[in-house]
Design a protein. Sequence first.
Lengths: 225, 225
Amino acid sequence: MKSEKISELTTNRLSVYLRCLNEIAVAGAKTVSSKALADRFHLNSAQIRKDLAYFGEFGVRGVGYYVEALRNHLTKILGLDRENRVGIIGAGRLGTALADYYGFRKANFTVAALFDADPKKIGKKVGETEVKDIKNFAAVVKQDNIEVAVIAVPAEFAQAALERVEKAGIKAVMNFAPVALKTSNGVKLKSIDLTTSLESLSYFLAQPPKQSSRNVKPKVKDRRE
Amino acid sequence: MKSEKISELTTNRLSVYLRCLNEIAVAGAKTVSSKALADRFHLNSAQIRKDLAYFGEFGVRGVGYYVEALRNHLTKILGLDRENRVGIIGAGRLGTALADYYGFRKANFTVAALFDADPKKIGKKVGETEVKDIKNFAAVVKQDNIEVAVIAVPAEFAQAALERVEKAGIKAVMNFAPVALKTSNGVKLKSIDLTTSLESLSYFLAQPPKQSSRNVKPKVKDRRE
DNA sequence: ACCAAATTGTGAAATATCGCGCAATATGGT
DNA sequence: ACCATATTGCGCGATATTTCACAATTTGGT
Ligand SMILES: NC(=O)c1ccc[n+]([C@@H]2O[C@H](COP(=O)([O-])OP(=O)(O)OC[C@H]3O[C@@H](n4cnc5c(N)ncnc54)[C@H](O)[C@@H]3O)[C@@H](O)[C@H]2O)c1
Ligand SMILES: NC(=O)c1ccc[n+]([C@@H]2O[C@H](COP(=O)([O-])OP(=O)(O)OC[C@H]3O[C@@H](n4cnc5c(N)ncnc54)[C@H](O)[C@@H]3O)[C@@H](O)[C@H]2O)c1
């Protein structure tokens, strides 16, 4: 067990490991080796052992990892053992699609409210979730114990939305607007940029990596998608 | 100009640079320096110069980069100078939200068709786009010149969808299902995993970085989101 | 014509991340 | 009890990526 900084690449992988452990648990296996886990993704087994070792010695030499025990550890490490209450800003196509995404619930996230500025949308329900006036954001956050914000408004309003979120004291934000946002200190911002992902695919089609021995054009490396 | 492998981190940044250049062009500036670009994101200017230098010497010493010229170069490098035709598999909440996402059009992507297995959805229209029977996937791909597939089906069907996509000869795929997919050689897969992103936020809330009294010293590193 | 200021392109140093290889240790068979 | 096999934890070298730092250019002022 080290006391080092944990890279986000590691925490992302922990999430993937946990998902996999859940499947393995359902399948009924009691233990799993780093090698067996590694084979499921295209990962190196040492990578997995190292990721886990940052948080403790969970494995048993000669045996592997006890599935249930490791599952519990990862659940706790990732903070999935307590409810995370979420507010989504922007009740548009994306915001409403996210509002009842089962993946939220699975990770112990509950969408407590949607927020919008459009009077036509305010007061409506999306599934179980009510659309509230963005003007009341801070109050609703306080009342409903919201700790996580999702920004799903058009790019030009995203920075303002973020600032509102920060003023309300929220420390974890997921942003879908294709724009670089500036956060204050201590606020964790995770941006998911579809445009960039798309354009990266486009690059691949435009500049396909050559297979031939005498390649002149650049090859694209392939890790970390 | 080097003849090295281009990392995906670089191509992602190119996309961000291009977006920024478009804004700058609208604002009317003729040239821009790597420093000015870097200040817009939280990037090092040398990083930008190096990213660009992989593809040519686009800058002028003492001056910077000509906005229009660089914009054209990046557009071409990223393959955004030609239409990319897209098929979305899964006409559910996410698939339909994506179907008329303006970010697609902006990057010169056109959604040619949605595909679903549900007879109730087949034949319906989502905006301009018709929902077609997934069984006819290969034929529609051929007829409509589809080059990019988006997988937006439940996780348990995603691998099968990918195999169908590969059989149809498609080389670029974006996947939203929270599952590790196996691709054949030469196929570019870009997975966007909301669950993992969410859980990474949860980790941050559960394990807040320690702060020393004077210095804000994040325990979790923050790059590459 | 010359100089100061701005700014690129890039080799080299600094960091960050990954993967090899192996001692340590648990298990099961004999 | 001993040995063969499995498999972890981890030091350390290998790769990948970022940042530094500076010579080389260009521009504009005098
Ligand atoms: N639709 C997609 O598939 C998709 C995919 C990836 C990213 N995005 C991005 O996500 C964001 C939302 O996309 P969308 O397609 O859902 O857009 P949308 O236009 O359907 O919805 C945006 C919503 O935000 C609301 N809004 C505007 N200003 C607001 C404010 N200040 N406060 C609160 N609400 C406000 C609008 O009333 C609207 O309901 C955009 O930035 C878009 O680029 C969309
Ligand atoms: N909804 C979200 O906000 C969201 C966000 C991120 C990721 N995802 C992921 O995206 C995927 C789709 O999510 P969703 O919420 O749109 O689900 P959904 O249930 O609303 O839609 C899934 C659609 O796929 C269709 N489908 C099922 N099997 C199919 C097959 N073999 N071929 C073609 N179509 C098939 C279904 O008929 C349905 O229309 C899931 O994997 C989900 O985990 C969803």
